[in-house]
Ligand binder design. Structure first.
Ligand SMILES: Nc1ncnc2c1ncn2[C@@H]1O[C@H](COP(=O)(O)OP(=O)(O)OP(=O)(O)O)[C@@H](O)[C@H]1O
Ligand SMILES: [Mg+2]
Length: 340
């Protein structure tokens, strides 16, 4: 369905110099700065997949989406969406895709939403019959009826996002691009949007590519994620695999009677592991000892027993590394870093 082959996007801008003199120098200088926003990215996505495309701010996500939708031309490489090159064949491609950019609306600001939909119906040549069926479905999942007659500019952010999603889906596209579709939404609307995406994917086998900074979106929707960093692809695989490989750390919070005694003990040595595999932190106020350990090397009972041999334990809480921690680590330290 989607083939992305070694795409690169370079943005060229004039070199800037500081100060007023610099500004004048900049006007006459021909020096250029080349910024590689997307650096040799390839992947393929099958029909009906929901793929999370994630990375820190400025990683190159939106730029990739723009190339896949035909808004930007790749500097090198090409994409094929359902066999169509989106840059060379924009019109044909448009029939296949729906796009939502969470940061700005694609709808006509001053027109009532209903008129935007009528225009889109004409643009995409949706038959009356299909239109009726589609609108019924979209109304069910997105509840557009509530504000269908109002100008887009009067809609709240959540309403506008639902409207945008509906508009992107009116022509029943095979591929749906969502660039931060839940940005700024409250938990209820977020949930509605996620459910709508799920339903559309299930009912029409729509392929979805989703960029987001909301880990909840990923956990709820995506079975596969692609992570990019500084324009390069650094991970492509299932969520489970990522968690298995990189979520190797566990935390045990133990409330103890005699903190001082634990402080005096070298727990890693006691357990016979490297210091990095058993890191101990103390919270004096809560009388908490927090041990972060590698679950491949130590089991919970070993850690708990070791502490109980030193002092009495009053409470125990365990915590797995969650996806948010893993992703944060990857953004901070790259993919090879030891994650916890
Ligand atoms: N038209 C442009 N001209 C010059 N540089 C650009 C242009 N568009 C994007 N960039 C740069 O390319 C890089 C990638 O931008 P992009 O918008 O793809 O990031 P992103 O991953 O979507 O980030 P965010 O999470 O903040 O939306 C950034 O450094 C950005 O400043
Ligand atoms: Mg972006």
């Amino acid at each position: 369905m989607i083939e992305v082959n070694n795409i690169v996007k370079e943005f060229v801008s004039a070199k800037k110099y500081p100060g007023l003199k610099g500004a004048i120098k900049g006007l006459v200088s021909r020096e250029k700065v080349v910024k590689r926003a997307v650096d040799d990215i390839s992947f393929s996505i099958a029909d009906g997949e929901i793929v999370g495309y994630i990375g820190s701010n400025g990683a190159g996500k939106s730029t990739t989406i723009k190339m896949m939708t035909g808004i930007l031309n790749p500097t090198y490489g090409e994409c094929l969406i359902n066999g169509v090159n989106p840059c060379k064949n924009r019109k044909k491609n448009a029939q296949n895709i729906g796009v939502v950019f969470g940061q700005r609306t694609q709808l006509w600001w001053d027109l009532p939403l209903s008129e935007s939909f009528t225009i889109l119906k004409e643009i995409y040549k949706v038959s009356d019959e299909d239109y009726k069926e589609r609108m019924e479905f979209l109304n069910n999942v997105l509840e557009l009826n509530e504000f269908f007659d109002r100008p887009v500019r009067t809609l709240s952010l959540g309403q506008r996002m639902r409207a945008d999603l509906g508009a992107a889906l009116l022509h029943n596209p095979k591929v749906l691009y969502l660039d931060e579709p839940t940005i700024g939404l409250d938990l209820v609307v977020k949930d509605n949007i996620r459910n709508a995406i799920k339903e559309i994917n299930e009912k029409y086998n729509t392929t979805v590519i989703l960029t987001t900074h909301d880990i909840g979106d990923i956990e709820e929707l995506c079975s596969r994620i692609i992570i990019i960093d500084e324009g390069k692809k650094i991970y492509d695989g299932s969520l489970e695999e990522l968690k298995d490989t990189y979520g190797t750390k566990r935390k045990a919070y133990m409330e103890v009677k005699n903190m001082g005694a634990v402080k005096k003990t070298d727990l890693a040595e006691k357990l016979g592991v490297e210091r990095d595999d058993c890191v101990v932190e103390f919270d004096d106020e809560k009388k908490n000892v927090c041990v972060t350990f590698d679950k491949r090397k130590l089991q919970v009972p070993q850690v708990v027993n070791a502490v109980m041999e030193i002092t009495e334990m009053q409470d125990l809480k365990l915590q797995e590394t969650d996806l948010a921690d893993i992703v944060k680590e990857i953004y901070n330290h790259g993919f090879q870093a030891e994650l916890g």
